[in-house]
Design a protein around this ligand. Structure first.
Ligand code: PNS
Length: 162
């Protein structure tokens, strides 16, 4: 049984994230999608909100389970007994960041490994930051985030102006 782990901030979950999850779910028996915290980021949505929106966005996939953790990635990787982590890359700078993160994680846990999936061309410019920027000005984000969460993301970001 091959199990993979797709971690991220998902603040909020985008169509780009969903495409990576969908493709990763086809190359394993079980995919865990983990909403986590990145100490360099200030979040617009709480961990609980991010978990809930990610769950709704992926509810159609039978072999995907959404979880959350505010701990270290290597700890859940170890606890779940996953074969590898999956991350999507959009650009060369994403690749550098992923290579650094993989090196640090391998120092913490030598059995750690990561598979990088290049994102689809038409989704390569979508990021959670762009979604937040557009939504905060009342723009249409329906092509950027899964349809199930468009309303929640729009309402929250427009009100808060985050
Ligand atoms: O979507 P992001 O912000 O690029 O995801 C980064 C994330 C959350 C996967 C990363 O920051 C992470 O693994 N956080 C958990 C804490 C941890 O293990 N940090 C060490 C990574 S080298």
């Amino acid at each position: 049984m091959i199990s993979l782990l797709f971690p991220g901030s998902f603040d909020p979950f985008t169509r780009g994230h969903r495409d990576i999850a969908r493709r990763a779910s086809k190359i394993c028996d079980k995919l865990y999608v983990a909403c986590m915290n990145n100490s360099k980021k200030h979040y617009s949505f709480s961990l609980e909100e991010r978990i809930s929106m990610t769950k709704i966005s992926l509810s159609e996939y039978d072999n995907i389970e959404v979880i959350g953790s505010d701990g270290l990635l290597v700890d859940i990787f170890k606890d779940l007994g996953c074969n590898a982590v999956v991350r999507g890359i959009r650009s060369e700078s994403d690749f550098r960041y992923e290579a650094e993160m993989a090196m640090a994680n391998r120092m913490l846990y030598p059995a750690y490994d990561v598979t990088l999936l290049p994102c689809r061309d038409d989704l390569s410019l979508i990021s959670s930051s762009i979604v937040k920027e557009v939504a905060s000005y009342g723009g249409d984000i329906s092509r950027m985030v899964p349809s199930q969460i468009v309303e929640q993301v729009t309402d929250r970001l427009r009100k808060d102006g985050n």
